[in-house]
Design a protein around this ligand. Structure first.
Ligand SMILES: NC(=O)c1ccc[n+]([C@@H]2O[C@H](COP(=O)([O-])OP(=O)(O)OC[C@H]3O[C@@H](n4cnc5c(N)ncnc54)[C@H](OP(=O)(O)O)[C@@H]3O)[C@@H](O)[C@H]2O)c1
Length: 345
């Protein structure tokens, strides 16, 4: 295949100072990495999609300080336009590729990525949308529910998933259903409840008032969805401050609370002795510790991609043009979205 022509400049989203979504500027003349920068283990990718994740809003606010300016974004899907001498065989020119990792700077037309963060896509029929879905969110749904990750979800387990209509919530619900579990979710609006139900949730409860403020009435409603009110075997809590104490309360004996995010803020501290009531296990896992090397990253990504590409798990997304990244962040942190947010490039 002949070398594609690579422009000198591109459109990229630049964060020069931490702040609100508008802190992200659109730069239409940002330098494209040169071929000299494609060292032996790197891959230069022309992005088709950059995925937006909730963690990006925290990076933008300065919760993970780094040397500014940066291009935000931790994942993408696109085609290989150049690859270093050691990785050309795995990443041939023109082939499809996905990638995920901290600080990979994906909100741009081009991304220069270390090959060990890249997943070669062997089936060229797989869509770029689905590839992006299998990256951070697909892999997270995989490790959270697997024996080699957080908790192996089993047939007839009772599972509670908070924020059930979000990007993670919709994927997790479907994966847990695939494994034969009974799933209850929490959401903030009726419209989100419908979305969560359509993804397969057996029960959906509203954990917020119409103005979005938290309520407690849902706790007993959720408990009643388990046999004899015994509670849930595993609770996937990505909301944190407004839900975590309730999650501890709703856990079954010897159950696991997986606090894997804190969209509403960090939860209040607890005492270790609070766990004795149900011999509760708590974990605060992160994907980055479950994809320590290229082998585990590609294994998880491929399993997630198989779920999605086979149609067993439907990847639900909404697309924003690249130059609308600020609007996408505003919508995500304002709780007005369902499913995954993709930046179309
Ligand atoms: N640990 C890991 O490995 C890992 C990996 C990926 C993602 N995550 C975490 O998973 C969570 C979901 O990520 P996502 O990208 O799929 O986002 P998302 O779920 O699509 O969006 C966040 C959702 O959280 C809920 N929420 C509750 N209180 C909120 C508040 N005060 N402000 C904003 N949102 C609030 C909202 O749903 P309702 O309106 O229904 O309440 C909102 O839609 C995030 O916490 C993220 O950090 C963790």
């Amino acid at each position: 295949m002949s070398t594609p022509s690579i422009p000198k400049t591109q459109t990229a989203i630049i964060l020069r100072q931490y702040g609100e979504p508008t802190a992200m500027e659109v730069d239409k003349a940002y330098k494209v990495p040169s071929l000299e920068e494609v060292t032996p283990t790197k891959v230069l990718i022309k992005n088709v999609f950059a995925g937006i994740n909730f963690i990006d809003t925290n990076v933008r606010r300065g919760k993970y300080p780094s040397q500014l300016p940066i291009i935000p974004g931790m994942e993408g899907a696109g085609t290989v336009v150049a690859a270093g001498s050691e990785v050309q065989q795995l990443f041939p020119m023109g082939s499809k590729v996905g990638y995920m990792g901290m600080g990979l700077q994906s909100y741009a037309e081009y991304a220069l990525i270390e090959a060990d963060k890249c997943v070669p896509i062997l089936d060229s029929n797989v869509s770029f949308e689905d590839i992006c879905g299998a990256m951070m969110q697909g892999m997270t749904a995989h490790y959270l529910t697997s024996a080699d990750g957080t908790y192996e979800v089993k047939k007839d387990d009772h599972v509670l998933i908070h924020a059930g209509a979000g990007g993670m919530g919709l994927l997790l619900t479907q994966v847990c259903k695939l494994k034969g579990a009974k799933v209850t979710t929490t959401v903030s609006t009726q419209q989100k409840a419908q979305k969560s139900k359509a993804a397969g949730a057996d029960n959906v409860v509203l954990y917020a008032n119409q103005d979005g403020t938290p309520t407690d009435a849902w706790v007993e409603e959720a408990r009643k969805t388990t046999p004899n009110g015994q509670g849930f075997n595993v609770i996937y809590d990505s909301v944190g401050k407004t839900t975590f104490a309730h999650s501890l309360d709703l856990i079954a004996k010897r159950g696991m609370v997986a606090l894997y995010g804190s969209a509403s803020g960090p939860p209040d501290p607890i005492q270790p002795l609070d766990l004795v009531k149900n011999s509760t296990k708590i974990t605060r896992p992160t994907l980055f510790h479950h994809v320590e090397n290229a082998i585990t990253l590609r294994h998880r990504a491929n399993e997630a991609l198989t779920w999605i590409a086979s149609g067993k798990v439907k990847f639900d997304y909404v697309k924003y043009p690249l130059d609308q990244a600020a609007k996408a962040h505003e919508d995500l942190q304002g709780r007005s979205t369902t499913g995954k947010l993709l930046l179309q490039i």
